[in-house]
Write a protein that binds this ligand. Sequence first.
Ligand SMILES: Nc1ncnc2[nH]cnc12
Ligand SMILES: [Zn+2]
Length: 326
Amino acid sequence: MLPVAELHLHIEGTLEPELIFALAERNGISLPYADLDELRARYEFTDLQSFLDLYYANMAVLQTEQDFADMTRAYLARAALAGVRHAEIMLDPQAHLSRGVPLVTCVNGVASVLATSEGDYGISTLLIAAFLRDQSEESALAVLEELLAMQAPIAGIGLDSAEVGNPPAKFERLFARAGDAGLRRIAHAGEEGPPSYIIEALDVLGVERIDHGIRCMEDPELVERLVEELTPLTVCPLSNVRLRAVDDMAGHPLPAMLAVGLNVSVNSDDPAYFGGYVDDNFAQLASVLGLSEFDCVRLAANSIRSSFASEERKTELLAELAASGS
Ligand SMILES: Nc1ncnc2[nH]cnc12
Ligand SMILES: [Zn+2]
């Protein structure tokens, strides 16, 4: 297993059906599904929104700090088996606040587990607060201020949820505030939205990394810029197939993105919903697209170099990667 950094992961998207049922029982919540099979039958998505509807609905089972901690531990245990050695984990605070779950509950639940992840699972971690782009900028700003006031252990902010119709520029003030507070900045762009959203995320929000970004391939000038600036694109192949951002794995642009010299990495996005973790994504790329061992090593190196890990940790992981082939 190659050592990799997972840079695009929504912790709520790691909530496996079995855990959904276990947490529902623990919290006395009645689910609108009779059993696991009935829940799994809903994992047929037609686009991003059809997934988001189920993703937000299933969060109802997350009520206590312990729930968030259990979910985080389950992810780290599975990710360790996938070769993940560093993970930058997004949390959607607004999705919990709107259900009446306090900020401190979701943040502490996840962060308490991340605090010892390197010793417990061999995975260094960072927490990223992601903001829902289909909500207002005022709401996002209020939550960011609260996170800063409570000195939440976040390394940066992200932007996710329904992309089309919610361009990056809507969050110009939020990202400026985060930059002033010394936070790293990333955003989903070019998943379903047009290449112009990628340009906006870079130029208006000042992001250092683009989540997805696959639609950059429609704009040769943008591709040239991204190659020149070595902009990291955190690609999620299984997610793109399941949300129909691409027709099928055989038609995924990742090989073409690598071939033109884009700084792409492989990530799982919402692994409990899209059919697999990082290792499953690599396995599909190898079996369907014939991705070579050389390409896989390149993708792993890109993930480590594009992470927000310390230089010391990056050097350590790159050395581990170099040794893994020998
Ligand atoms: N793939 C994705 N795109 C946008 N928002 C998300 N939230 C969780 N997964 C997402
Ligand atoms: Zn995502």
